[in-house]
Design a protein around this ligand. Structure first.
Ligand code: GDP
Length: 299
């Protein structure tokens, strides 16, 4: 039996150390994730399930407001998703092209996901983190905000395409709305839009432009909270609860569970550089139809 409150996959694995080894071997999982699996339980939870780690600090009355386990993969599922993001001779992960207009976008049959957010929200850093198992993929992270002016298309093997959309807000391209609106409205194979929100400042006025577009076109979208290392636990919890409330009461198409992510810049790249990235990779693999297991719980 899993310890009370532990997700079944995680509980089972901690009770059976041999099972951890099996997960590592069975899916030929990435070296980085194998390192994560060797971490002590508390550290592993913090890295892989950051929302669950935050929940520990909530008063019991607020716990029902946290949608923790709607997407509830096991560590085995996460390990399988890691292999989709790992570059090999058979699994090419590469930048394809950039486009300023939808009719210049590559015609690709695979499912597509796109990432959108205010300039400086941490979008390039997040995409770089998602592609950290394919280090040759060039995702430019700028020192100045407003770097991404075009839609950048990345191919992830035979599995899906990832699109980095231009940043909005400060120094957004003049034709941002035309470019992005047309893409969101008309791209047939777009499976999910990931809307990045800076967890330090929460949802800003300019973010409403993106929220309204997703709602108007009835797109399924997900909020990713960036830079969760930058605030105190108290401030972060307050922001998470506010954003959660916004999603619950003001949106129709937004997935109720938030995905917090963190990227520690001053650490050399290692298993502990990223939080929330493994879960997000697994979510993307699942919603693009590449995981073939059922990681969603609806009560
Ligand atoms: P973009 O304009 O949305 O592509 O944002 P960038 O990825 O270029 O990030 C903007 C700034 O935020 C850069 O200085 C990044 O180093 C920093 N940044 C991004 N993600 C994180 C994070 O998770 N934690 C911290 N502390 N800084 C971050």
């Amino acid at each position: 039996m899993a310890a009370p409150g532990l997700r079944p996959g995680l509980g089972r694995l901690f009770e059976m150390p041999a099972a951890l080894g099996r997960v590592r071997r069975a899916y030929g999982t990435s070296q980085a994730f194998a390192e994560v699996l060797r971490l002590p339980k508390k550290q592993l939870t913090k890295l892989v399930f950051p929302l669950q780690e935050l929940e520990r600090h909530l008063v019991p009355d607020s716990k029902h407001e946290f949608h923790l386990k709607i997407f509830d993969p096991s560590l085995e599922d996460i390990a399988r998703a890691e292999s989709i993001f790992t570059v090999t001779a058979q699994n090419r992960i590469e930048y394809l092209s950039s486009a300023e207009r939808l009719d210049h976008a590559p015609a690709l049959p695979r499912p597509e996901v796109c990432f959108i957010g205010r300039s400086n929200v941490g979008k390039s850093s997040l995409i770089k983190a998602l592609f950290s198992l394919a280090p040759d993929v060039e995702v430019r992270v700028s020192k100045k905000p407003g770097h991404t002016k075009k839609m950048n298309f990345f191919k992830v093997g035979k599995y899906f395409t990832l699109v980095d959309m231009p940043g909005y807000g400060y120094r957004a391209p003049e034709d941002f709305v035309d470019m992005v609106e047309t893409y969101l409205k008309e791209r047939k194979n777009l499976m999910r839009t990931f809307l990045l929100v800076d967890s330090v400042v929460g949802i800003q006025k300019t973010d409403n432009i993106a929220v309204e577009m997703c709602e108007e076109f009835a797109l399924p979208y997900v909020m990713v909270l960036t830079k969760i290392d930058k605030s105190s636990k108290g401030h972060l919890l307050k922001q998470v609860l506010q954003i959660q409330k916004f999603v619950d009461t003001k949106t129709q198409g937004c997935f109720p569970q938030l995905f917090p992510v963190r990227f520690l810049l001053d650490l050399p790249c290692s298993a502990v550089t990223y939080s929330g990235i493994h879960l997000l990779r697994c979510f993307i693999a699942d919603i693009t139809g590449n995981l073939k297991t059922h990681c969603f719980q609806f009560s």
